[in-house]
Design a binder for this molecule. Structure first.
Ligand code: NAP
Length: 463
């Protein structure tokens, strides 16, 4: 029997082990989802929203427990992980419910005598959600909540690293009294996911993960005409202008680079700084970074935990070594952190200067606790460098000039564009990306587009 195993990054212990779904079990899950579809779609939105809210409440009631479970599975410090539920998760789920009535309402055409005309949104059927481990609830709720609110049934396949999060979701929806089959999780391998995507009972696939995984999902969907949301990797840039509030820029960029050990799709991976403030910025970033306490994430005093696996840590260490071999300087390095342990996932947060775009650390997604800082002469150079990337997830500028921020934002190839903020998802705005970051939208009223299809009603009135 094949199993999926959660190996804790804390100490390499096995946290959980689950059998991988057999073809018969996959078929049973699809059948249950399909059978539940019509009744759930016919359930009034207000009742669907009430069930989602009960599930949110379950998660909030268990936030500490869920947080610790997350910590053990993927390594984020326990002082931070319950906040994934208490802040982002509940905020996004509830904002979906707030936006749903308007987003799902009929769209009337103009008044035309003798006719009644409108466009109605209807669910696509069953939505398959494939979720990553790095923010296991934040990423998945972006598609689960709008899918359910729109009247779809949902099947969740969570990352092998965080399979217990899938089970938590099921517990929450069971506690909420969701009808049988409306939400299900499945512990499936990649071949089973491909077979599900090829199945006519799946109406949309919401995938969040790597570019490589996104290509596989797209290939699996190629024989069908269903929609796919592909929220993939990033190499998000930050630009600190001469007029920036430096104190704010330093604190936020360091947090943006190193929160969750840098394993955020929209973490700051490259920083471009105007030459007039460069030295002060670099000094500030060094001092701020040295405040981190790297260690066991179950310890309340730990502010940065291990990376998810030794393999991921080895990749980041390789990028650092390559950059230094090509002339970069590490102004903080593993040696500065007592908790660093070479050859393990415990990687000290590393800031590199003297970097350029010939180095992997400035081109390829690091997804770890390393950031490069480069000096620039002004907006044009910063814009060219920010756009010099195969990715386009989010990007940000630090400035006191709103007009300049908007003008620069118009020239950046990105999804969300921030001023004086980073590593954040606004539930009222569209979360999306360009280039290798994929396509599709979650969050905002537009986040209902993928999980619904439209039907036009053109009624010629009698008489
Ligand atoms: P990943 O390896 O692509 O895995 C993500 C999810 O997809 C997991 O559930 C994984 O299952 C599944 N998966 C991967 N390849 C698959 C395939 N060929 N067929 C079916 N399922 C497949 O990505 P990751 O390393 O977990 O996550 C990190 C990546 O996600 C980074 O690149 C990050 O930037 C990106 N990300 C993007 C966003 C965004 O909003 N754009 C948000 C979060 C993360 P298994 O675990 O079982 O392999």
């Amino acid at each position: 029997m094949s199993v999926q195993r959660v190996i804790s990054p804390i100490d390499g212990s096995v946290v959980a082990e689950r059998p991988i779904a057999t073809p018969d079990q996959v078929e049973a899950v699809l059948r249950r989802a399909d059978a539940a579809r019509a009744a759930w779609a016919a359930t009034p939105l207000v009742e669907r929203a009430a069930k989602v809210e009960l599930a949110v409440q379950y998660m909030l009631d268990h936030a500490d427990e869920v947080g610790l479970e997350m910590t053990v599975q993927m390594g984020r410090p326990v002082g931070q992980s319950p906040n994934e539920i208490r802040r982002g998760f509940q905020e996004r789920a509830r904002m979906r419910a707030t936006l749903a009535p308007a987003a799902l309402a009929d769209l009337p055409a103009s008044q035309k005598d003798g006719f009644q005309r409108f466009i109605r949104r209807e669910p696509v059927g069953t939505v398959l959600v494939v979720a990553p481990w790095n923010f296991p609830y934040l990423t998945s709720i972006n598609s689960i909540a709008p899918a359910l609110l729109s009247g779809n049934t949902v099947i969740l396949k969570h990352a092998t690293q965080t399979i217990l999060c899938a089970e938590r979701y099921s517990a929450a929806f069971e506690a909420a009294g969701l009808p049988d089959g409306v939400f299900q999780h499945i512990h499936a391998d990649h071949a089973a996911i491909a077979s599900m995507i090829a199945d006519p009972r799946i109406g949309f696939v919401a995938f969040t993960g790597s570019v490589e995984g996104g290509h596989s999902i797209q290939a699996a969907a190629a024989s069908r005409f269903i929609g796919t949301g592909l929220e993939l990797g990033g190499k998000d840039p930050s630009y600190v202008r001469a007029d920036a509030d430096l104190e704010l820029a330093i604190a936020e960029n360091v947090d943006g680079a190193f929160f969750n050990a840098g394993q955020s799709c929209c973490s700051i991976e490259r920083i471009y700084v105007h030459e007039s403030v460069y030295d002060d910025f670099v000094d500030g970033v060094r001092a701020e970074t040295l405040k981190y306490v790297l260690g066991d994430p179950r310890d309340a005093s730990t502010s940065i935990g291990p990376m998810v696996t030794t393999k991921a840590a080895t990749f980041v260490r390789g990028q650092i070594d390559e950059a230094i071999a090509r002339g970069a300087t590490a102004i903080t390095s593993e040696a500065d952190f007592a908790g660093s342990r070479p050859g393990t996932p415990y990687v000290g947060p590393t800031v590199l200067v003297g970097v350029d775009h010939s180095m992997s650390v400035m081109r390829d997604e690091s997804f770890g606790p390393v950031v490069g800082i480069m000096k620039v002469s002004g907006d044009d150079e910063a814009i060219a460098l920010m756009n010099d990337s195969p990715y386009g997830l989010s990007a940000c500028v630090w400035s006191r000039d709103v007009d300049a921020a908007v003008a620069i934002g118009d020239r950046i190839e990105t999804g969300p564009w921030f001023m004086n903020r980073c590593d954040y998802l606004d539930p009222e705005l569209a979360w999306t990306g360009v280039k290798d970051t994929g396509h599709g939208i979650s969050l905002s009223p537009l986040g209902f587009d993928g999980v619904t299809r439209v039907k036009s009603f053109h009624l010629k009135l009698p008489g």
